[in-house]
Design a protein. Structure first.
Length: 270
């Protein structure tokens, strides 16, 4: 594990890891230290990385087995577990706060993004600490949230192939407070547009409540904003954060990220 350095990027969230070339085989101790750092800091940044697809998949397995993504039309040819995040033909980046793939029984522990083509300005990614967000809510609302469950499915059906709808649009129930399998802490957990409704509430009331929660919870002091450089890797802990893209860049410029999601545990509240 020689040379690995973990430098926090803010008091609440984010750490830069240096002294590691993720494209090379790493020993078990180093892999475990990086996985633990993700649970502690919730967003990890590695600069100046360079991968082949196979090397990138191997690096992502630090956080869990790479899992299939449901926008199969954006998967890398020959490497279906690598999704290409890019915005062409008027597609909008995911600018609302969310956590990935809540329509799965075992949603990702982590989302890994690798900056391949980066616009000259803007186009960053923000990550919010939903562990801190939970702790900042009024005590009685925390108690209420511990009792609530979301029913999840696919949201953007117009951009989803029929075979992906068939495979990934079954109703999946998750607690709105999730216990982190590695860290043991609890965090607010939901995806506002993949949630069809909160159990016991109408879809309209569910959406209004989640919007209200997001407005109250996401404050600058619990957010890390990543401004991309080519060769950056950003790893996001999907068990205890929400993230969003920023579309504030010149859309004639390319913004291409390789995305892998690493399978996690089934969300539980214990
Ligand atoms: Fe996402």
């Amino acid at each position: 594990m020689a040379g690995l350095t973990i430098t926090p990027l803010s008091p609440s969230i984010g750490a830069e890891i240096s002294g590691v070339d993720l494209s090379r085989p790493l020993d078990a101790e180093t892999r475990s230290a990086i996985a633990t750092a993700l649970g502690d800091h919730l967003a990890l940044v590695f600069h100046d990385q360079s991968f082949t697809p196979d090397q990138y998949l191997e690096a992502a397995s630090i956080f869990g087995p790479p899992m299939r993504q449901h926008y199969s039309q954006h998967n890398m040819p020959e490497y279906p577990d690598i999704g290409l995040v890019w915005h062409r033909n008027g597609q909008a980046p995911a600018e609302m706060w969310h956590t990935d793939h809540t329509n799965r029984i075992r949603p990702p522990a982590a989302t890994m993004l690798y900056g391949v083509e980066i616009p000259s300005a803007g186009g960053g990614t923000s990550v919010a600490n939903m562990r801190a967000a939970l702790g900042a809510l009024p005590a009685e609302e925390q108690v209420r949230l511990h009792t609530l469950k979301t029913v999840n499915g696919l949201d953007n059906k117009s951009d989803t192939r029929p075979e992906d709808l068939e495979a990934y649009d079954k109703p999946i129930v998750h607690p709105m407070v999730r216990t982190h399998a590695l860290h043991g802490s609890k965090a607010v957990y939901f995806h506002i547009t993949k949630t069809k409704y909160i159990e016991g509430m109408t879809p309209e009331d569910s959406k209004a409540y989640m919007n209200d929660l997001l407005e109250r919870m996401i404050r600058p002091d619990i957010v890390y904003h990543h401004q991309w450089r080519k060769g950056d890797v950003l790893v996001i802990d999907d068990r205890a954060t929400m993230h969003r893209a920023h579309g504030d860049y010149d859309r004639s410029q390319a913004r291409v990220l390789w995305r892998i999601i690493a399978e996690g545990d089934r969300p539980v509240l214990i």
